[in-house]
Ligand binder design. Structure first.
Ligand SMILES: [Zn+2]
Length: 312
């Protein structure tokens, strides 16, 4: 993990959460849409998805709402969108119809992202409809150079369980829209920035377990890559930094809300990715540890905010 982190950090001109948050603050105005795209863990092993991804999307959606007054548009595959909605709503952001947007805050749109390659038209229509100023991809699998999606272990993921999130990256690049990728393994959208490094670092980087034999590393990169030990943790880091840069320290959820976000996702069927069980964990890390991380992040931005207010 630390090797991936070092590779991602060395490839970019500053701290990753800072670059991502600054990019959002510079571009997103009140009411602007930001796409938040997630969805990992696939049927039949994880029929409702996994817990790394949706809580991160909930945290980022909440931070976009609180810190920037933005309009989060959250997306995931049909098998896990209900769990994403449950997490977002546990974060205090209600998934509501379009007509509610002009009249109230604390709201997001939620869309089921259809599977497979025949979705270019759908993707273009979403971008035309919402005119997003940024896109955030959280634990969202991207294809390798042969166009194949993989698990971190090296097995292939088939088109009947994967949405083509990289179509959104292609739309963003064509239209000059800012993109952020948050991942923890090198097979997620964003890591195309450091594709050769992922191939060297990951055990299944050079050679996967599927007939493509080209490894798990994705070729899809983003303007900013946030590499974290757990993708959700990278998302909480982004929420914290959005809070620091805007002075809205409450943009990062508190510890109790962190518990509720994960609980809602697990009750909706999501599984801990490490154990494949419906338990209160993210990638094998207990909710208590993530709550402690939230405590530390709040301490960091609280101290940082005090220094900034002194003109430090
Ligand atoms: Zn393969």
């Amino acid at each position: 993990m630390h090797k991936l982190f070092d590779a991602a950090r060395a490839d970019q001109p500053g701290p990753m959460s800072y670059l991502a948050a600054k990019g959002l603050v510079d571009r997103v105005r009140t009411g602007d849409a930001v796409l938040v795209i997630t969805g990992a863990g696939t049927p039949p092993f994880m029929p409702k998805g996994e817990t790394d991804g949706p809580p991160g999307a909930a945290s980022v959606a909440r931070a976009l709402d609180v810190a920037l007054g933005a309009k989060p548009v959250v997306m995931a595959e049909p098998h896990c969108i209900e769990g994403v909605i449950a997490s977002v709503e546990a974060a205090g952001v209600s998934c509501l119809p379009e007509e509610m947007f002009p009249v109230r805050g604390g709201r997001a749109r939620a869309l089921a992202f259809p599977y497979g390659p025949d979705t270019r038209g759908w993707v273009r229509e979403v971008v035309d409809t919402y005119n997003p100023k940024a896109m955030v991809f959280i634990e969202k699998g991207g294809p390798n150079e042969k166009g194949v999606f993989h698990t971190i272990l090296g097995t292939a993921k088939t088109d009947d369980v994967m949405a083509y999130g990289h179509y959104f990256v292609e739309e963003a690049q064509a239209r000059g829209i800012f993109t952020i990728g948050i991942g923890d393994g090198g097979n997620e959208i964003g890591f195309g920035r450091v594709h050769p490094k992922v191939k060297d670092i990951q055990p299944a980087g050079q050679k996967c377990l599927c007939p493509c034999e080209s490894g798990i590393a994705t070729v899809v990169g983003t303007d900013v890559l946030i590499c974290a030990a757990i993708s959700n943790w990278g998302s909480y880091g982004l929420a914290a930094m959005l809070g620091l840069l805007t002075g809205r320290l409450d943009a990062l959820q508190d510890e109790e809300t962190q518990w509720r976000i994960l609980d809602a996702n697990v009750r909706a069927g999501a599984m801990d990715g490490a154990s494949a069980r419906q338990i209160m964990g993210e990638d094998g890390v207990s909710v208590k540890t993530s709550m402690a991380l939230i405590t530390m992040l709040h301490q960091m931005i609280s101290n940082g905010s005090r220094e900034l207010s002194r003109g430090f």
